[in-house]
Write a protein that binds this ligand. Structure first.
Ligand SMILES: NC(=O)c1ccc[n+]([C@@H]2O[C@H](COP(=O)([O-])OP(=O)(O)OC[C@H]3O[C@@H](n4cnc5c(N)ncnc54)[C@H](O)[C@@H]3O)[C@@H](O)[C@H]2O)c1
Length: 282
């Protein structure tokens, strides 16, 4: 018997978790978490939808963690802090430009000091100039690798000696790590290399019982995602379940990996893409 074709209603699956209205469940009690890229880009009309970093920071706080919200955009980091504080959580902003190599260690030390410890690190900063192979320059290539990859390595290098046993690190990669469809080789290269970096950090952290994993989002309706969709409207035409993911859905994967619920999950990549990467599409 064949299953009758029917139009998918994208609202079917918009659970409280997916829209960020579920209450915290104390999954990160007393944890000290640094989220790098905890602000978000300002996009007119998208002020209320959270970017991945803001959603991760807010959810970590809701789950009981103290959170340092680091970002190059001081105003945006302060906005994330304000939202956390309004919910009764503990958060502090930290302004940093992770493109400057030495800034990464300073950021980690300051966050460690501010919280009185560090046992969670989420590296969410990711930028793209959107250059196809024929228009890429070595300067843009280097800048994207400095921001999206070198900074992650430097932050992990600085964090491992300071982190408590049993800590967890999460790198925010992308489905672009697997696919050339975005015609964006520098971005795709950084995102693929992040998966390898997560494995190297996991190996280095093993003796201290520190885990490192990557979360690879697919098409997500963040402010950045909206800009990408404006540039390439077909980007979202065939997405699974008839909708893009939300920053909250990315955040839940990151929170799981940070939490002790994931104690034996290490050096892995979790794709939060609705199945798009394996061919699930409308
Ligand atoms: N939105 C999507 O569809 C999607 C899909 C796959 C992966 N991702 C990844 O998720 C992550 C976050 O994406 P988002 O959509 O929330 O984007 P976003 O642009 O809203 O958030 C990125 C944050 O990083 C900050 N930042 C940029 N450069 C910085 C620097 N040099 N130093 C410090 N902070 C800096 C920005 O100010 C911003 O607050 C990125 O790594 C992105 O590659 C997003």
């Amino acid at each position: 018997m064949s299953i009758p074709e029917r139009k998918v209603d994208p609202r079917i699956q918009m659970f409280a978790e997916a829209i960020g209205t579920a209450p915290g469940r104390n999954r990160l009690p007393e944890r000290n978490v640094l989220v790098v890229g905890a602000g978000q880009r300002a996009v007119t009309g998208a002020e209320e939808i959270p970017g991945n970093g803001r959603a991760i920071a807010m959810l970590a706080a809701r789950e009981g963690a103290r959170v340092v919200c680091a970002d190059i955009n001081a105003q945006s980091a302060a906005e994330t802090v304000a939202r956390i504080t309004a919910e009764g959580g503990w958060a502090q902003p930290l302004t940093v430009n992770v493109a400057q190599a030495e800034e990464n260690a300073r950021m980690v030390k300051q966050a460690h000091h501010a919280m009185g410890g560090l046992d969670g690190l989420v590296l969410n900063v990711g930028t793209s100039h959107g250059r196809s192979l024929d228009t890429l320059t070595s300067d843009i290539w280097d800048r994207e690798f400095a921001v999206n990859l070198r900074s992650h390595m430097l932050a992990c290098q600085a964090a491992l000696p300071l982190m408590a046993p049993g800590s967890a690190i999460v790198l925010i990669s992308s489905l672009a790590s697997q696919r050339p469809n975005g015609r964006n080789p520098a971005y795709e290269g950084t995102k693929a290399a992040q998966l390898a970096l997560a494995r190297s950090v996991a190996l280095a952290g093993q003796r201290q019982g520190i885990r490192c994993n990557a979360v690879a989002p697919g098409l997500i309706d963040t402010p950045l995602g909206r800009v990408a969709t404006q540039k390439r409207p077909k980007r979202a035409a065939l997405v699974p379940f008839g909708r893009q993911g939300t920053g909250w859905e990315v955040a839940y994967a990151a929170i799981f990996l940070l939490s002790n619920e994931a104690s034996y999950i290490n050096a892995q990549s979790i794709f939060v893409d609705g199945g798009l990467g394996t061919g699930i599409a409308m």
